[in-house]
Design a protein around this ligand. Structure first.
Ligand code: NZQ
Ligand code: ZN
Length: 393
């Protein structure tokens, strides 16, 4: 096991109806003025925004609102939020929504903490954050794991770049998580969310070294649990138990737990997807399932023991085959699972057909965004990234 640091400072309040306690829970953080941030309107239609606002009123917390965050959240909305939060004197940003709203809130938090600099510099790798205003959330979708992660992903619509910035300073103070709130999700978003949850653990699982017995058991258990419950939700979207399992998995899959002691994280599939998101505005989880099988077949020989272990312990591939065959059978089994929850496994199925010029541009941008090379399963460079996009067509 390699040395590690584990930092999970978020207070999680989980269960049926917990959003009714929003006001009191935020008051306990010593905050009296809040910017409520939300997305395209699902929280208005469901009445959640009204319930959360009423809870803040009851606790005597002043609040203002900014909606309109879109999936693949935009830098311009972050700037609007910063202006409003400053005028209002907000002390905390309360994200009522999913990963996109939380990420936009984190970006606002960074900007408020450092008025001297442009917040995009962080995402453009020009500097690191000096602080972040407190952020809390009422989570409405199990997917990105932003409620406990140290990451925020923003799209600069002027340049078409989608970039992530990781820093412990943005970890949420409070995550209010009621699985019932996710029952209004369209089936496609539920499935894309489950895919993203699995990918956050898979990106940590395919490493080159270290014996991480407990971490591996966490990872494999999480992957099996998400697959089982994703299939339940496909057929029974209001199943509370399955919603709850998947929501908790979303947080644990991306708060570092499932990769502790590994020799780094791969995250190439995420890097490739972020380019697709920036150029074609695709749904994050669907973009991931569209590239993962091609990535896996491109790299598996260089990380064979882990692919064999994955095939056996996660996908249930029986012993008796040669290692390479076992690994490929495991990859095909996960591909079949993605199909079973109606996720795309190629770019064509994702609904896009990048030209060779666009493939080269995405590969160049992905390489640039990761300092020229990326990957723990196999270290990949710009030409490798282009090759994977071509395989995924
Ligand atoms: O905007 P509204 O109207 O709320 O609709 C949203 C949106 O269209 C809808 N939705 C959310 N909760 C709902 C609901 N519809 C009905 N009922 C509900 N309860 O779902 C759509 C997707 O929402 P979004 O917030 O975009 O989903 P997700 O949580 O998957 O976030 C995706 C974003 O997070 C980034 C992705 O790249 C993408 O930009 N990621 C963030 C990470 C992080 N910060 O740690 C890690 C991830 O790897 C990921 O990159
Ligand atoms: Zn993700």
């Amino acid at each position: 096991m390699f040395d590690f640091e584990y930092y999970a400072p978020t207070r999680v309040v989980f269960g049926r109806g917990v959003e009714a306690r929003s006001g009191q829970l935020i008051k306990e953080l010593g905050v009296s003025r809040v910017l409520i941030h939300y997305g395209g309107g699902s929280v208005v239609r469901s009445g959640l925004l009204e319930r959360v606002s009423a809870s803040l009123d009851e606790a005597g917390i002043a609040h203002t609102q900014l909606g309109g965050v879109v999936p693949n959240p935009r830098l311009s909305k972050v700037r609007e939020g910063v202006e409003l939060a400053r005028q209002f004197g907000a002390e905390l940003i309360l994200a009522v929504g999913g990963g996109s709203v939380i990420d936009s809130s984190k970006a606002i938090g960074y900007a408020l903490a450092d008025p001297e600099h442009d917040v995009w510099d962080l995402y453009d790798r020009k500097r690191t954050a000096i602080g972040c205003f407190p952020v809390a959330c009422v989570l409405t979708i199990a997917a990105a794991g932003s409620e406990m992660s140290n990451s925020s992903v923003i799209t600069n619509e002027e340049t078409g770049e989608k970039r992530g910035y990781r820093d412990n300073k943005c970890r949420l103070k409070l995550a209010i998580m009621n699985p019932e709130l996710t029952t209004t999700l369209p089936a496609y978003q539920t499935a894309a969310g489950c895919t993203d949850i699995m990918m956050h653990t898979l990106e940590r699982y395919f490493t080159q070294g270290g014996n991480m017995e407990l971490t591996d058991q966490f990872a494999e258990g999480l992957l099996r649990t998400v697959m089982k419950n994703a299939l339940i939700l496909r057929d029974d979207p209001t199943n509370y138990g399955a919603r709850a399992e998947v929501m908790w998995a979303s947080s644990l899959s991306h708060n570092d737990l499932t990769g502790l002691g590994a020799d780094g994280m791969d995250f190439v599939s995420h890097g490739l997807e972020h380019e697709l998101g920036g150029m074609f505005d695709v749904t994050h989880g669907a973009g991931l399932s569209a590239v993962w099988p091609s990535w896996a077949r491109y790299v598996y020989k260089d990380c064979l023991p882990r692919f064999v272990r994955f095939a056996r312990n996660v996908m249930g591939v029986e012993p008796g085959m040669l290692d390479e065959e076992t690994a490929l059978t495991g990859i095909a089994a996960l591909e079949d699972f993605f199909r079973a929850i109606r996720m795309p496994v190629t770019l064509k199925e994702l609904g896009i057909q990048p030209t060779e010029e666009q493939i080269l541009a995405m590969a160049a941008s992905c390489a640039k965004g990761s300092g020229g090379k990326k990957g723990t399963a196999k270290l990949l460079y710009e030409p490798d990234m282009a090759a994977i996009y071509r395989m995924a067509l």
